[in-house]
Design a protein around this ligand. Structure first.
Ligand code: GLY
Length: 461
């Protein structure tokens, strides 16, 4: 937790940006896994953490924008709870640590919101992403679950995106810690990737490293020899020499700030020349992405420049053809990189995406491009110092997609489909770093995980 001034200042900034009404922020509750008392690991809502810092279940908070009053709602535990959970800090004491003087039992929240509604005051709330939050808001506001999104507060969303996009120095330090844990996860995976080892053994080991760092993984680990499946959570295969292993994994530290890295490594420790050729293109794309990332640049333009590096590399190998700029304009590169260059990173691995991906990644100036591939770019807008983002180009050979494009002659003028036949069992390569936009450019956060083919082979030896 940061100091109380941090949270008071953030709430004051929210009040200034919103102007009037009542801000209602729900914390998360426990979610049952298979029966009520057997719950998933508790994860507090990130907006609640950002504004109120308290990492406990069953809390809600209100900011009266007009009067400036702030209240945290929640219940102190009974002796029965203490028997099972141990002594608990009283809510009043917790609230003081984040600069909130007034606490109320949870039963007082509903009457307070009802009174505000009947006096015609605007209630600013966020559209919930969990079933429990949806039901709680339905009951509090009298808005049916299916309509909550329509009535959520654009003013609150915009104010939060404005604030949370630019990271404070203390937030960057937390991300740096998460990156250090991520570094250990990836170097460990490199050292373990030998023929005969199960993917699940490596996934379990690096998940353990995340837990040892004080938090958990920042998202379910992606670790597979079938790296062409972008979000492959199946870890059931045995590693075989000659195949590539794609590992996309990161950690959350105790404060919940996240890291998110991808490396792709040769099982057994040596890239084949065919693998190296594709790998070098992805690495050049990653380096180009970093070179171009600076304040004032849009991430959409960086994405498209990186797509040109990919298209020109594949053209040099004879897998693509024609004019590179035209190929990218027509979206031909997306056969090989059907995803965006990156996203924001912070308290969430895809930071703030519960507020709406377009609100976070786009604005009045930069709109999402509706073309296969680039449409998946989560962050397109103009970059500012203090943004923390991922830089994650990739090249994948997805048999089903190649077959479809070939059969439908999609972008046939830019793709040498016949040459692709020998790549159908190649898999995929993605290389992802976490970067901080600085005043003049950008920097990789923490030590860069070994990334050149020689560095990777060295670690694997
Ligand atoms: N690293 C997983 C993702 O960005 O979706």
């Amino acid at each position: 937790m940061f100091n109380r001034e941090t949270y008071s200042t953030r709430r004051q900034q929210i009040r200034q940006k919103i102007g009037n009404g009542i801000v209602l922020i729900l914390g998360n509750t426990d979610s049952p896994m298979n029966y009520t008392d057997n719950t998933f690991h508790f994860r507090q809502d990130s907006t609640f953490l950002y504004l109120f810092g308290l990492d406990f279940q069953n809390l809600a908070a209100v900011i009266d924008v007009d009067s400036g009053e702030e209240i945290i709602f929640g219940d102190d535990v009974s002796i029965d709870d203490i028997i099972w959970m141990g002594p608990q800090i009283p809510l009043k004491e917790k609230a003081e640590k984040v600069g909130v003087a007034r606490t109320e039992p949870m039963k007082n929240l509903h009457p307070m919101i009802e009174k505000a509604i009947s006096s015609g005051r605007k209630i600013h709330f966020l559209s919930p992403y969990r079933a429990e939050g949806k039901l709680q808001l339905q009951e509090l506001l009298g808005i049916s679950v299916s309509k909550l999104k329509d009535y959520s507060s654009i003013e609150l969303i915009k104010a939060l995106v404005d604030l949370r996009s630019v990271k404070e120095i203390q937030e960057i330090e937390e991300i740096r810690k998460a990156c250090a844990v991520g570094y250990q996860m990836h170097v460990t995976a490199m050292k373990m990737a030998k023929a005969g080892v199960l993917e699940q053994t490596i996934a379990g080991t690096i998940e353990g490293i995340a837990l040892s760092g004080g938090g958990m993984t920042s998202f379910p680990i992606i670790l597979s020899q079938n790296g062409e499946t972008l979000h492959n959570h199946d870890h059931s295969q045995t590693l075989q020499n000659g195949r590539l292993l794609l590992v996309d994994a990161g950690a959350e530290v105790r404060s919940h700030y996240a890291s998110d890295f991808t490396r792709t490594i040769p099982v057994g420790g040596k890239f084949t020349s065919k693998q190296r050729e594709i790998y070098e293109i992805v690495l050049a794309a990653n380096n180009r992405g970093r070179e171009l990332t600076k304040p004032g640049e849009t991430y959409l333009s960086v994405h498209l420049a990186v797509a040109e590096v990919i298209a020109s590399g594949l053209k040099a190998l004879g897998l693509m053809k024609g004019d590179v700029k035209e190929a990218v304009k027509n979206g031909a590169h997306a056969l090989f990189m059907p995803h965006g260059l990156g996203h924001m990173l912070g308290l969430d691995v895809h930071d703030m995406e519960n507020l709406g991906e377009n609100h976070v990644g786009y604005d009045n100036e930069i709109h999402r491009i509706d073309q296969f591939g680039t449409a998946y770019l989560r962050l397109g807008r103009r970059l500012k110092p203090g943004f923390v983002i991922t830089n994650e180009p990739g090249i994948y050979f997805i048999p089903a997609l190649i077959e479809k494009w070939k059969a439908e002659k999609i972008n046939a003028g830019f793709i040498n489909f016949d040459r692709l036949e020998s790549y159908l069992d190649f898999g995929g390569i993605r290389l992802e770093d976490d970067i901080l936009v600085t005043e003049t450019g950008c920097e990789i956060i923490g030590n860069r995980i070994p990334v050149t083919p020689d560095e990777v082979e060295e670690v694997m030896r």
